[in-house]
Design a binder for this molecule. Structure first.
Ligand SMILES: Nc1ncnc2c1ncn2[C@@H]1O[C@H](COP(=O)(O)OP(=O)(O)O)[C@@H](O)[C@H]1O
Ligand SMILES: [Mg+2]
Length: 252
């Protein structure tokens, strides 16, 4: 079953088409990768999907057209995301950071809280997220006590605490060493096993080729390839895009 689908989705910044007519589909229960060199439009794609920048084209989640819904409605409909930069609240414990995310107040819950202050809140999403990522032991710690790898897991947990149907992750492996990145890969599989579907964005081919079921590749806003990891590995357009950006970087 297709959980998530974009059709001809585009994002324009003035004259720049940062995402240009991109079609992708994500099957429920799968770990799907979206890769591409720096500046390819990956973050812009997630921003468009989650409602943080205007898009054209169609975005479907679980059979509903969410293309014109505001960001908070998309989140309530089951679209979760992590951010490329880790913005944790430094004065809150890890558990409190997750609670803030899980509460995700709507007007209805705000009014309910005002009239029913003793209503016991549902923090099961927080426990779920801590358990899935294996970081229950960090619940009472402060963000500045954590390693970069642990902070990445907390950032993923924060998005999971809202129990999304689809979790969009923007470069969760950036800044991790090889071992931490491999461990993150295992955790991503645990998230899938817990029934949540993932769209994993990264420019690092290693993690994506190792863990994803299916991969889309974009360059300059265009989709240039899609397939299984073994198909992507030998795709001439992908090899060219990555060799091109590698030689560019070494010239910088
Ligand atoms: N808010 C913005 N305004 C104008 N241009 C932007 C904005 N955000 C991103 N871009 C441009 O869009 C392109 C894609 O950027 P981005 O989505 O961040 O790429 P990636 O995440 O793949 O590295 C780049 O050329 C970038 O400079
Ligand atoms: Mg990015």
């Amino acid at each position: 079953m297709t959980l998530f689908e974009t059709s001809s989705m585009s994002v324009a910044f003035g004259g720049l088409r940062a995402v240009d007519n991109v079609d992708i589909a994500v099957e429920k229960g799968k770990l799907v990768g979206l890769i591409g060199p720096n500046g390819a439009g990956k973050t812009t794609f997630i921003d468009g999907v989650t409602g943080f920048v205007p898009t054209t084209g169609r975005i479907m989640l679980d059979g509903k057209d969410i293309s014109s819904s505001p960001a908070h409605r998309r989140a309530a409909a089951g679209l979760g995301r992590t951010w490329q930069s880790l913005e944790l609240f430094d004065d809150l414990t890890i558990e409190e950071n997750l609670q803030v995310a899980a509460e995700n107040q709507t007007l209805a819950t705000f009014i309910a809280d005002a009239f029913l202050p003793l209503r016991s809140r549902d923090h099961s999403g927080v426990q779920f997220a801590l358990d899935v990522l294996g970081i229950s032991n960090l619940r009472g710690r402060m963000p500045n006590e954590l390693s970069q790898g642990q902070r990445k897991l907390v950032s993923a947990a924060r998005a999971l605490a809202g129990r999304p149907k689809l979790l969009c992750m923007d470069e969760p492996a950036a800044g991790l060493d090889t071992q931490e990145s491999q461990q993150l890969g295992l955790r991503l599989r645990d998230i899938i096993d817990a029934g949540i579907t993932i769209l994993l964005v990264d420019h690092d081919m290693g993690l994506v080729l190792n863990v994803c079921d299916y991969i889309y590749v974009i360059e300059f806003g265009h989709k240039i390839a899609e397939g299984t990891p073994s198909q992507i590995k030998k795709d001439p357009a992908v090899i060219k895009a990555y060799l091109g950006s590698a030689s560019q970087e070494s010239n910088d």
